[in-house]
Design a protein around this ligand. Structure first.
Ligand code: NAD
Length: 298
């Protein structure tokens, strides 16, 4: 058996088209242009690429995009004052501070300073708490993209055994929380988990968010399982260049699984699409607009 590949690129294009038509509708019927601000502190090369892509996608969707680049040695007070300005800007509906931040800037203090209504990354503790108790919340983009793809392929997830490997605040924990909200039976595995392969073999849904290249082997996979590979790892090739691989040994796992996301081209593209979707949600909520009244197709 060979798994069905979940094409995150195609899926993300659909989400982006829907967002673009929603932006057009907001402009036409409400005179509202959703705005997203991205704050980048320092010169981290991977972060620069992410920020450039986010900016391009925001503009392509017809939204206002503001990109604020600060130098590596910017103080915490300066970052907080930028966040404060954006909190008070009525034309900005979403604020994203690109992580990681340099050591002199306290990450939690900055995330905590973002207005929860504009927290399109969903990392503020207010949003984490609201999501955990089932209230409307901004949901972190990567887990949101994963759950959208799972629901699209599997339909009703209730009663399925879901195993999430990784317990970070930005992927593992919110992913587990979203799966629980879909009535899955959820296990969170991590670096101290005993006999991880046996835990994984019980999973109808297996989400790997670890950061270890090709750690999940074919014989860890339950036949027919849906595998979501969040990991992004750069590994050397024989020619001295590098290539991206996930946390799952794709070639082995695809022979056993029912569905699998590739790396690249799986979860990654969905993250930016969900950021745009969250910005629409934030713009609607802050202006008292029912998001359900917006077009649902691209
Ligand atoms: P993290 O380093 O914060 O967390 C990794 C987790 O893996 C930890 O909870 C740890 O307990 C667990 N872990 C480490 N070694 C393990 C082991 N041997 N067995 C079981 N568990 C182990 O990482 P993160 O920020 O959650 O990111 C995880 C991966 O996802 C990284 O590769 C990252 O680049 C990628 N990522 C991708 C996207 C995307 O858009 N596709 C977004 C965020 C993160």
């Amino acid at each position: 058996m060979s798994a069905e590949i979940i094409d995150g690129r195609a899926f993300s294009e659909d989400v982006k088209k829907r967002v673009a038509s929603q932006v057009a509708s907001l402009k036409e019927h409400h005179g509202l242009q959703p705005g997203l601000a991205v704050v980048l502190v320092g010169e981290d090369p991977a972060s620069q690429v992410y920020v450039r892509n986010k900016n391009r996608s925001t503009v392509e969707a017809g939204m206002r995009s503001e990109e604020i680049r600060l130098s590596e040695n910017t103080s915490e007070e300066e970052v907080l004052s930028v966040v404060e300005r954006l909190n008070n800007d009525p034309g900005i509906h979403g604020i994203l501070v690109q992580l990681p931040l340099p050591p002199q800037v306290n990450e939690m203090a900055v995330l905590d300073a973002i207005d929860p209504a504009k927290d399109v990354d969903g990392f503020h503790v207010i949003n984490t708490g609201r999501q955990a108790v089932g209230l409307p919340a901004m949901v972190p983009c990567t887990p949101l993209g994963c759950i959208m793809m799972l629901k699209d392929r599997l339909g009703d997830l209730s009663g399925l055994n879901a195993v999430v490997i990784g317990r970070s605040n930005i992927v593992g924990k919110p992913m587990a929380s979203l799966l629980l909200a879909e009535s899955c039976t959820v296990t969170i595995a991590h670096s101290r988990t005993k006999d991880l392969p046996a835990v994984c073999r019980n999973a109808d849904i297996l989400v790997a968010a670890v950061g270890r290249p090709q750690m999940v082997k074919g014989d860890w996979v339950k036949p027919g399982a849906a595998i979501i590979d969040v990991g992004i790892n750069r590994v050397p090739k024989e020619d001295g260049k590098t290539r991206l691989v996930g946390d799952v040994d794709f070639d082995e796992a695809k022979e056993i699984a029912g569905y699998i996301t590739p790396v690249p081209g799986g979860v990654g593209p969905m993250t930016i699409a969900c950021l745009l979707a969250n910005t629409i949600t934030a713009a609607c909520r802050s202006n008292g607009i029912d998001e359900a009244s917006l077009p649902d197709v691209g």
